[in-house]
Structure formats: C-alpha cells, structure tokens
Design a protein around this ligand. Sequence first.
Ligand SMILES: Cc1cc2nc3c(=O)[nH]c(=O)nc-3n(C[C@H](O)[C@H](O)[C@H](O)COP(=O)(O)OP(=O)(O)OC[C@H]3O[C@@H](n4cnc5c(N)ncnc54)[C@H](O)[C@@H]3O)c2cc1C
Length: 475
Amino acid sequence: MYEILIIGAGPAGLTAAWEAEKHGIKTLILESDKEIGGISRTIERNGWRFDIGGHRFFTKVDEVYQIWDEILDKEDFLLRPRMSRIYYKNKFYDYPLKASNALFNLGIVESVRCVLSYFYIRVFPPKNQDNFEDWVAARFGWRLYNIFFKTYTEKVWGVDAKTIGSDWASQRIKNLSLIKAILNAFQINKSGEIITTLIDKFKYPKYGPGMMWETAYKKLEAKNHKILLSSRVIEISKENNTYKVKIESGEEFEAKNILSSMPLAHLPKTIKPIPDNKVLESGQNLKFRDFLSVALVIDKKDAFPDNWIYIHDPGVKVGRVQNYGSWSPYLVKDGKTCLGLEYFVNIGDELWSMEDEKLIDLATRELEKLSLIKTNSTHEGYVVRMPKAYPVYDLNYSKNIDEIATWLSSEHKSLYPIGRNGMHRYNNQDHSMMTGVLSVRNIILGEKNNIWKVNVEEDYLEEISSGRLAPTQKG
Ligand SMILES: Cc1cc2nc3c(=O)[nH]c(=O)nc-3n(C[C@H](O)[C@H](O)[C@H](O)COP(=O)(O)OP(=O)(O)OC[C@H]3O[C@@H](n4cnc5c(N)ncnc54)[C@H](O)[C@@H]3O)c2cc1C
C-alpha cells in the first residue's frame, strides 16, 4: 500500500515525488513511456540532442528555481540569451519587437495604417471577445492582428482563430498590449514588470530539458522511490477509500492517494465505478493538438543567431524553427549544427502519417524556401512525433473541465489531477511542478491549496514568500 502513487514521470510527477521525499514519503511512479520527462524530455538520435519544442526554464516563482537548483548542479544549468524573430512575407521581424526594425519592415505607410487601425478598435471594440481573434484585435487593432497573430495561431491550432477561446490569448499573450509592446520596443519599462513573452534571458540545462528530469529520476531512484517505465495505467478502481491501479501488463498496485498527470480527458473512462455519462462525455470532448519535429543536421557550425524563429508565413507548413546550437553549445558537435522544424498536426492527418524520409525532404525544402539554408547543406534528419502536445482551449473546454473537476472533488477526494494534460491546462513546466508540490502538501501537511487556482503567471503569485503560496491562493 503506497501513501502516494503518481501517474506520469514528467515534470509534474517527478516534482511531486521530489516534494514527498522532503517529507519522508517514498512514492511509486508509473510511466507509460520508456523515457523520462514527458513533453519536457530531450530526444537523442545518433548523438544529437533536441527538445520537443525548445524548453525555456523561466518562472516567476522562486520555489521553482529552488527545485531546479536542487536537482541540477550549478555548472550544468546555463543562463542563455534569448533571440527570436518572426518571419512574415519574406521579412524577419525582431521579436520582441524593436521599434526601428518593425518600422523598417512594415514601412511608414503600413505603420501608420497599423496605428490608425489600433485607434479604430479602441473606439469600436468587438462586442464579443470570448474568442482569440476578437480578443487580440481589441488589444492590437486588426492590421497588427493579421500580421503578427492570425496566421501563426491558425497554424498552431489548425482551426479558424474565431473558434479558439480567448483564454488561450490571455494566457499566452498575458499582460502584453500594443502600448506595452511599443514601450518595450523603445526599451521603456517603467514599472519593471516582467512580461514573460518578452524575457531576454532564460536558464537551460546544458544537455537540454531532459537532463533536468533524467537527473531527478536518478536521484529519486537512489532515494528508494520506485519508478516503473513502460507501465501505462489502464484502470483505477476505488474500494473502501483505497485505490487499485492496474497497468497494461495486468500488474496492480494499491495506494491511499493518487496524483495523476495522465490526460484529464482520459480519467473518467479509466476510473471504476464508471462516472455518469455527462462526465464521460466531458472527457471525450476535451481535444488535443499534436506535434511533430523534424531535426535536420546542417553541415555548418552556425545556421543563424536566433534560438528560434516563428514562421507566420502561410506559404510553408512549418510553424517554428528551433536552432539547438543557440540553446546550448553542448547540443551540437563536429563543426555541424542542428535545426528543429516544428509542425503542428493532428494524429492521422497528412503530415502525421507522412513517411519520415518525405518529412525530412519537405523540411529541407521549406528551410531553403525561407532562405535559412541551402538544400545541399543537410544529409541527416530525424523525425519525432509527440501526441497530445497541446490541450486545446476551444469555446467549451472550461465547461468540460469543470464537469470533471466537480465529479473528482465529490467522488475522488484522494485523487489529485496535476500538470499540463493532467489538468488540461496550456501551461509550462513551472505550473506543472507547482501543482505537484501543492498536491503533495495537501496530502501530507493537510494544507488546503486549491490546485485549480494555481496560475504561475498571475501577479498575485508574486506575493509568494518563503516558498509558500500567499493566503489568496488557498481555499
Ligand atoms: C512545443 C512545446 C514547447 C514548450 N516549451 C516550453 C518552455 O519553453 N518552457 C516550459 O517550461 N515549458 C514548455 N512546454 C511545456 C512543457 O513541456 C510542459 O508544461 C511539461 O512537460 C508538463 O509536464 P507534465 O508532467 O504536466 O506533463 P507531461 O510532460 O505531459 O508528462 C506526463 C507524463 O505522463 C505520462 N502518462 C500519460 N498517460 C499515462 C498513463 N495512462 N499511465 C502512465 N503514464 C502516463 C506521459 O507519458 C508523460 O510522460 C512546451 C511544450 C510544448 C509542446
């Protein structure tokens, strides 16, 4: 009988075990994959290491930095400069925007149009701002929305921006507005506030994010936590206030409390007794966007200076290009470098199903079309597919989450959903980690942290002192 059983060995699950260790509790972690780190893993192919998307280690929560520093040795955790640009209509825009570069690229006429369009929308804002398009247009004007937001967002989600909930915009673009972007472009930020979208330095493990989580895994194992890989949880049944958890091999484990970072969407159909239809349907209605990355080895020491480039241009399918040599010099070797072309896909669609060789060919041609490399400069490529990379925020997602959360809080008080897909939240590692930490404290210390209210981006979280959430977070 385990006091705490954890589903998933990504950042949320591993950090939860890390916290439990601080209270003397040994956990069992069941991980369906044969690798550690979830979406924050680092892939290794033929000595090349690359992320599932580049993973910046940045947070407003000191406690998260503290945990990262406990896991990794100082010299393994680099501080890296950020450089990124947007590619649109054959031009590269610095991102974060720089006044001179944006004005030069847009031209004076288009710049004036953008400003007029901004004033127009301030006077005539869209009435219904519950969707991404109207929410962003209301803050930037239609012209800037079309240049800097529409095409990229539609590539990421594969649907019309009108059908994406505004929550995604408010979470991703956060407290940025045109005025703040312009002030930032002129390097004026009087309040000293941190706008996450714009930070210019971030921490990064020298061998990629997987290094953080592989190290946590080894240290937890050394402290007698049991971590079983290739162990997909297929059934959770509750009897007399304890849980029986069954994995694919048929083996079963008993636990008093479960922390689950498996997709919230899958929980209702995994649990016995089976919940009512409304809950089951809510799970089925939570959707995901999948992801694939084509890593190309380039026969050159450096490709370009950016860590990544957003490709807004609708003329190519690629959505973002990562430059791993700029993330860490330890990711590249032999006078060559490695670029990652990211495609946002749905399982089973044309790109997802395409043979690896054809994807490598497509990625090479698209890179040349973007004038980033010459086709004959690459002879080696690898394809990585990541299902359920993005929980989709459609117009009904929060109703579906509420339905499941309400059922869990009445029927399964000892089952704690944590993490990204675990809570169906489009969030970074720091959020996943904090939901794991706080759930463990609820179990062991009897704290009453409301995990659903953890939002590491909100300013009130800056009230966190001495590693504890401020009282506003409780309840
Ligand atoms: C393209 C991209 C770029 C990103 N960039 C950043 C960034 O710059 N900075 C940042 O901090 N974050 C970034 N993120 C987000 C980051 O990857 C996630 O926040 C983080 O990995 C979530 O951790 P998690 O443990 O909650 O979930 P996951 O990483 O999804 O881990 C969950 C684990 O549970 C396992 N699992 C699922 N179902 C079962 C089951 N039934 N039984 C057993 N195990 C199961 C999975 O195999 C997985 O290992 C990015 C994400 C993407 C997709």
